[in-house]
Design a protein around this ligand. Structure first.
Ligand code: C2E
Ligand code: MG
Ligand code: MG
Ligand code: MG
Length: 279
């Protein structure tokens, strides 16, 4: 199944593709082993309130040694291993969110976000897997955000049904990399969405020409009208943060604020934040 879609004839004559496929097969076998051996862990990147830098949420990002998710998530998707890995990610993130609640109070973090891939949305068991993780850790559904991409739900069908079921559980739905897909605005009508994450490419255009800023301006306007939360992704400079604030953005994420961090570092930030309120 790892090589599904690659016609055998083509492989025989294309050395590059052959190398890629054999690398994929190796990665797939290694993934299976790594999952069994407990080699994966999650990092958490802060999502901050722009006016005051306060931590409002985190996005969980999976790590496997020094291989980036871009290197192994696609293989995990193709082989179906993402279903098992994804269930582990959901459970781990819910356990962590519950622990932060326990230590720092029920509303210290508004929500913890988990990325869910297209392949996971096609699994009819996904809503049950999510509900079970929430129940196991006694986490209120509203404190979990599921990040999906536009392309994953573009075709409607099973994927859209999964998102609808998740939304009915009370989980927040965020559209990731918003604005880069095929049907960005149309999806806002058909898919139950709570938040949009405006893609880094639009943030990169800030401070440039009015043409470059136009989409970032339009997106927050649409979101506000529809009652959606907007998060700007990939904010790397103070100038971008300032400009986003001027344009009406209230939440942002990016290296300017913090890199993806181990859970303990988020713990410290939550502790410091509580002290600031108490003082
Ligand atoms: P994403 O969900 O859009 O995650 C944001 C990515 O941008 C992360 O890369 C993050 O480290 C990076 N990033 C954050 N701020 C900045 C910034 O200011 N500048 C730049 N250049 N990059 C920034 P990462 O962790 O390598 O993840 C890449 C993608 O892999 C994610 O994109 C997501 O699509 C996927 N992914 C990561 N973790 C998971 C997971 O647990 N499950 C699934 N299904 N996919 C995941
Ligand atoms: Mg994401
Ligand atoms: Mg994103
Ligand atoms: Mg992205």
């Amino acid at each position: 199944e790892a090589m599904a879609g690659a016609g055998g004839q083509v492989v025989r004559y294309d050395a590059t593709l052959e190398r890629q496929l054999s690398r994929r097969a190796t990665v797939a076998a290694d993934l299976r082993r790594g999952l069994a051996a407990g080699e994966f862990h999650l990092l958490y990147q802060p999502i901050v309130n722009l006016p005051d830098g306060r931590l409002v949420g985190v996005e969980s990002l999976v790590r496997w040694g020094d291989i980036s998710p871009a290197g192994f998530i696609p293989v995990a998707e193709d082989t179906g291993l993402i279903v098992e890995l994804g269930a582990w990610i959901l459970d781990t993130a819910c356990a962590q969110a519950a622990e932060w609640r326990h230590r720092h109070g029920p509303d210290a973090l508004r929500s913890v976000a988990v990325n869910v891939s297209a392949r996971q949305l096609l699994d009819p068991a996904l809503p049950e897997i999510v509900a079970a993780a929430l129940a196991r850790h006694d986490l209120p559904a509203r404190q979990l955000t599921i990040e999906i991409t536009e392309t994953a739900v573009f075709g409607g069908g099973r994927a859209l049904a999964s998102v609808t079921a998740l939304s009915e559980l009370g989980v927040n739905i965020a559209l990731d990399d918003f604005g880069t897909g095929h049907s960005s605005l149309g999806l806002l009508r058909t898919c139950p969405v709570d938040a949009i994450k405006v893609d880094k490419s639009f943030v990169d255009g800030l401070g440039g020409s009015p043409q470059q800023e136009a989409i970032a301006i339009a997106l927050t306007g649409i979101a506000e009208t529809m009652g959606l939360r907007t998060v700007a992704e990939g904010v790397e400079t103070a100038e971008q943060a300032q400009r986003l604030y001027e344009l009406g953005y209230r939440q942002a994420q990016g290296f300017h604020f913090a890199r993806p961090l181990p859970a303990e570092a988020i713990d410290e930030m939550l502790g410091a934040q509580q002290n600031r309120i108490a003082a």
